[in-house]
Design a protein around this ligand. Structure first.
Ligand code: NAP
Length: 286
C-alpha cells in the first residue's frame, strides 16, 4: 500500500486530496495543527499527525516512511482570514521545510499546489512565493507534480456569504474571463495523474466565465432577490498604497484580487463540475 502524507489537509483542497487518495486505496496520513472539527471527513484518513508546524523541530523526520507527500498548505486568500503570518512565511517557508524533510527521508514523489500564471506576476507576493516554491521543488531532484489551478470554487465561498446578505459587488466591469475548478475535481485529477513524472498540471473547470457572470451565478443561486452593486476598479486600486502602509497582509490579498480581475486566467479544461452545481452543493452547509 502506498503511504501518503497530506499537509494542508484541513483546507478546501487538502481535504478533497485526502478523500481522493482514500478512494484509490492509499494509506493516508493528514497533518493538522489541531484535531479538526466535525466537518472534516475523518473516515477518509487512516492516521492523523498533529503538529503546529512552527519550529524547525516540528519538521524533523515528519516525512519519514512516506512514499508520497502532498502539500496543499498555504495562507488563506480569504479577506476574512485574519491570521498574522505572511504569504512568504506560510506558503514558502513552511513548504520549504516540508520539502527539505521529504528530500532527507527519500520520499519518492512530492506534490505542490501553486497557482496558474504565477510566473507572470513576480511583483505580487502571493504569486511570487508560489512560483519560488514551485522552482525549489522542480530543481530539488525529487519526482514532482506541480499543480497550477486558476481559482478554486472554494475561493467563492466568501462571495456566497456576501450574496446571501446582498453585499456582493462587481469590481469594475468584470469582463475578464477565467475557468475556476472544483477542488473535488482537481484533487481527483491530481491523484489520477500521480504516475506522470515531473509533471506540471494546469487544470481548470469546464466553463470559461467572466468575473461578472461568476457573481451573477452566485447571486442567482443564493439570493436572487438581492442586487449586485459595482465598485469602480480605479477606486479600489487608488486605496492600495494606503492599505500597504497599515496592513501588509490585506494589501497582498487586495493587490492579488485586483490584478487577477484585470486579466484572463484560463487553464486547459479538466474539471466537470460547474459553478452552479458547486454553489448548490455547498449552499446549505454551515
Ligand atoms: N483557493 C484558490 O482559489 C486557489 C487557487 C490557486 C492556488 N491555490 C493554492 O492552493 C493551496 C490550497 O488552497 P485552499 O483554498 O485549499 O486553502 P485553504 O482552504 O485556506 O487551506 C489552507 C490549509 O493550509 C493550512 N495552513 C494555513 N496556514 C498555516 C500555518 N501557518 N501553519 C500550518 N498550516 C497552515 C490550513 O490549516 P488550518 O486549517 O489549521 O488553518 C489549511 O489546512 C494554497 O497554497 C493556495 O494558495 C488556491
Amino acid at each position: 500500500m502506498i503511504k501518503a502524507l497530506v499537509f494542508g489537509a484541513t483546507g478546501h483542497l487538502g481535504s478533497e486530496m485526502v478523500a481522493a487518495l482514500k478512494s484509490k486505496n492509499f494509506f493516508t496520513t493528514a497533518v493538522v495543527r489541531s484535531r479538526p472539527d466535525n466537518s472534516f471527513p475523518e473516515n477518509d484518513v487512516d492516521d492523523f499527525r498533529i503538529s503546529p508546524l512552527s519550529s524547525s523541530d516540528d519538521f524533523k523526520g515528519i516525512c519519514a516512511g512516506y512514499d508520497l507527500v502532498i502539500s496543499a498548505l498555504g495562507k488563506s486568500v480569504s479577506p476574512f482570514d485574519r491570521s498574522k503570518r505572511s504569504f512568504r512565511q506560510v506558503d514558502l517557508e513552511i513548504n520549504k521545510k516540508i520539502l527539505e524533510d521529504a528530500l532527507q527521508n527519500k520520499v519518492k514523489k512530492f506534490v505542490y499546489v501553486s497557482a496558474l500564471d504565477a510566473e507572470k506576476y513576480p511583483d505580487l507576493e502571493y504569486f511570487a512565493v508560489h512560483q519560488e516554491m514551485a522552482n525549489l521543488v522542480a530543481l530539488s531532484g525529487i519526482d514532482y507534480t506541480i499543480v497550477k489551478p486558476p481559482a478554486l470554487f472554494s475561493a467563492f465561498i466568501d462571495l456566497m456569504k456576501m450574496a446571501a446578505k446582498g453585499q456582493l459587488v462587481n469590481m469594475g466591469k468584470g469582463e475578464m474571463k477565467t475557468n475556476p475548478i472544483s477542488e473535488r475535481d482537481l484533487a481527483r485529477i491530481v491523484v489520477d495523474s500521480l504516475a506522470e513524472k515531473n509533471y506540471v498540471l494546469a487544470a481548470g473547470g469546464p466553463e470559461v466565465l467572466t468575473r461578472k457572470r461568476i457573481n451573477e451565478i452566485i447571486q442567482e443561486n443564493i439570493n436572487p432577490a438581492k442586487k449586485i452593486r459595482t465598485v469602480p476598479m480605479g477606486l479600489v486600486r487608488s486605496m492600495l498604497p494606503l492599505i500597504k502602509i497599515f496592513d501588509r497582509n490585506s494589501f497582498d490579498k487586495i493587490a492579488f484580487f485586483t490584478e487577477v480581475m484585470m486579466h484572463d486566467t484560463i487553464a486547459p479544461i479538466a474539471g466537470s463540475e460547474t459553478l452552479q452545481q458547486y454553489v448548490n452543493r455547498k449552499k446549505h452547509l454551515p
